[in-house]
Design a protein around this ligand. Structure first.
Ligand code: ADP
Ligand code: MG
Length: 320
C-alpha cells in the first residue's frame, strides 16, 4: 500500500464539514465568528511522548487526552469551547494510529461542540499541540488572581489516581488488575470540567485546573492573589483505590500528583450553596478542602488539626 501523503491524511482523518466556524480546514487560515460582544479565550497545550504520555497509551485515548487537557484550561477560565486547531508531528503516517487518534479526538470534541478548524502536520517525533478557542462574556473570565482571605477552597471530583497509575507503570506500586484499570482510565481519559467552569463564572472568585499537582497549582492562585491558604489534607477527595494505599502515598498522589484536570477554585462562604448548586448542575462533586487567609503562606493540616510538614513539590518540566 502506498504511504499516505500529508494532504491525503489531513483530508481523510481531520477534515469534516464545519458547523459554526465561518471557514474551516483547507485554506491558509480558518475564520471564526465570535458571537457579538463575546470575548475569545485561547489556550495551547502540547503533549510530547515520554514526557506527557507513555507509548503504551492507545491512539483513541491519546486523541481524547490531547483535547481534554486543552478543554480543561478553557474550563478553568469559565469559557465555552468553540473551536480548536491541531499541530501534529508523527514519525510515520500510520493509518491505524490516525484512525484511533481521530476517533478519540472527535468523540470528545463533539461532546463539547468544539470543532477542528485547522492545524499543521509534519513528520517528526510524536508531538501533539492543540490550541483551543472559547467564548465568554467580557469581564466574566475566572482568573487566578481573585482569591480573597476568608474564601473557601474547593476541588472538583477526585485527585491523585493519575499519579497512582503512573507509579504502577513505573513499577513502584502494584495494584490488582481491576484497580489498575480504574486509575489508568483517570490518567488516560481525563474528563475536562467544562460545564462546571461555566457554572462557576459568577460564583468562584478564582480558579485553576490541576495539571501539575494540587499544591503547586494552588501556589499559583496564592501568588497571583497575594494570599495564603490552609489545606485540610485529609479532606482532599480521592478514589477508594487510592484511599486503600499507605497515607504517605495518598498524600503524594493527591497533593502533588498532577495530571488530574480537576478544577481548584475559591468562593466566599456566602456562596457555598451556589457552589454546590453549580456542581450538581454539572454532574460533578465540589469538595471544600481548606480556606484562604491573608498569611501569604501555604499550610497543611490533618483531620485532627495538626500541622503536616509540607515537602511536596510541583511538576516543573525544567526541574524534573
Ligand atoms: P500552510 O502550508 O498554508 O500552512 P498546510 O498545507 O500546512 O497549510 O495545511 C493545509 C490545510 O490543512 C490548512 O487549512 C491547515 O489548517 C489544515 N491542517 C493541516 N494539518 C492539520 C491538522 N493536523 N488538523 C487539522 N487541520 C490541519
Ligand atoms: Mg499557508
Amino acid at each position: 500500500m502506498e504511504a499516505l501523503g500529508e494532504f491525503d491524511l489531513i483530508g481523510k482523518y481531520f477534515t469534516r464539514p464545519v458547523r459554526h466556524a465561518a471557514l474551516g480546514i483547507g485554506d491558509d487560515c480558518a475564520l471564526l465568528q465570535p458571537a457579538p460582544g463575546m470575548q475569545l479565550a485561547i489556550s495551547s497545550d502540547m503533549l510530547v511522548e515520554g514526557r506527557h504520555f507513555l507509548s503504551t497509551v492507545s491512539p483513541q485515548r491519546l486523541g481524547h487526552k490531547a483535547l481534554a487537557v486543552n478543554l480543561s484550561d478553557l474550563s478553568a477560565c469559565g469559557a465555552r469551547p468553540v473551536a480548536f486547531s491541531l499541530a501534529l508531528a508523527m514519525p510515520r503516517a500510520e493509518e491505524s494510529f490516525l484512525e484511533g487518534f481521530a476517533q478519540g479526538l472527535f468523540a470528545l470534541a463533539d461532546e463539547h461542540g468544539c470543532e477542528l478548524v485547522g492545524g499543521d502536520t509534519t513528520q517528526g517525533p510524536l508531538n501533539i499541540c492543540i490550541t483551543v478557542f472559547g467564548e465568554l462574556p467580557p469581564g466574566q473570565a475566572l482568573l487566578r488572581s481573585g482569591a480573597r482571605a476568608g474564601d473557601d477552597l474547593y476541588v472538583s471530583g477526585q485527585v491523585g489516581d493519575a499519579r497512582l497509575a503512573l507509579e504502577c507503570f513505573r513499577g513502584s506500586v502494584a495494584l490488582s488488575g481491576e484497580a489498575f484499570e480504574q486509575v489508568r482510565v483517570a490518567m488516560e481519559l481525563p474528563q475536562p470540567r467544562v460545564a462546571l467552569g461555566q457554572a462557576l463564572r459568577s460564583v468562584a472568585s478564582s480558579a485553576i485546573d490541576v495539571s501539575d499537582g494540587l499544591l503547586g497549582d494552588l501556589a499559583h492562585i496564592l501568588k497571583r492573589s497575594g494570599v495564603g491558604a490552609a489545606v485540610e489534607v485529609d479532606a482532599v477527595p480521592r478514589s477508594a483505590v487510592l484511599a486503600s494505599q499507605p497515607t504517605a502515598l495518598q498524600r503524594e498522589c493527591t497533593l502533588a500528583g498532577g495530571d488530574d484536570y480537576e478544577l481548584l477554585f475559591t468562593a466566599p462562604p456566602a456562596l457555598a450553596d451556589a457552589v454546590q448548586a453549580a456542581a450538581r448542575l454539572s454532574g460533578v462533586t465540589a469538595t471544600r478542602i481548606g480556606r484562604i487567609n491573608d498569611s501569604r503562606l501555604l499550610t497543611l493540616v490533618d483531620a485532627q488539626g495538626r500541622a503536616v510538614p509540607h515537602t511536596f513539590g510541583s511538576f516543573d518540566h525544567f526541574k524534573s
